[in-house]
Design a protein around this ligand. Sequence first.
Ligand SMILES: Cc1cc2nc3c(=O)[nH]c(=O)nc-3n(C[C@H](O)[C@H](O)[C@H](O)COP(=O)(O)O)c2cc1C
Length: 208
Amino acid sequence: MAHILHLDSSARTTGSYSRQLTREFVETWLKLTPQDTVTYRDLNTTPLPFIDQQWISAVFNPSTPPTAQEQSALTVSDLLIDELMAADVLVFGVPIYNFSVPASFKAYLDQVIRMGRTARFTSSGPEGLVKGKQAYVITASGSDFSQEPFKSLDHHTPYIKTVLNFIGITDVTFIRHHGYTPEAQQENLAAARKDIETLTREGQLTSV
Ligand SMILES: Cc1cc2nc3c(=O)[nH]c(=O)nc-3n(C[C@H](O)[C@H](O)[C@H](O)COP(=O)(O)O)c2cc1C
């Protein structure tokens, strides 16, 4: 039995392609294995706090013993990391905003990328501690960032791959939607749905 963490970050609550596709991904997955379970997190309707002075002090330079303020600064981070660790399959909806990720998703990353909990430094370099996850990142954009001239301007997909790899999530698959016209958007929706059909079936074969 697998547990899914389904997360959306589009600022749109209606008409969002990334939200539509993450929902369809999870629905398709659950049709194949209805016993699997899901935690849902909406980074837009439930925004996260940014990390701050107390957070940084608590992670990198805590008092001994940690002060009450330092401890409480990590409450949200602890909750999000527990949620991440409990999942086997990650389904993240992350649109492209201004060539990168939405601020709500960056705030999430800043809370979960944490020395001592999701990564650590060893004598041979950094080691990610979030092991054994399958990640599916569903992106949405106007332009097609899989090809030039936009590919080399993509600060989204390579960035997400880098940060997830850094904390140990190395099995990362992207499903991309793009388009400016309704025709292109519908055509790419159909292509993304095909990818979802294939990937959910393949994913179940290797899922824990
Ligand atoms: C604030 C903002 C910034 C955007 N920046 C880009 C961009 O840099 N490149 C691009 O191709 N599309 C950009 N778009 C278009 C969105 O990526 C596109 O509408 C996508 O479908 C949004 O995801 P959603 O459908 O899940 O809401 C931007 C949209 C918004 C609202």
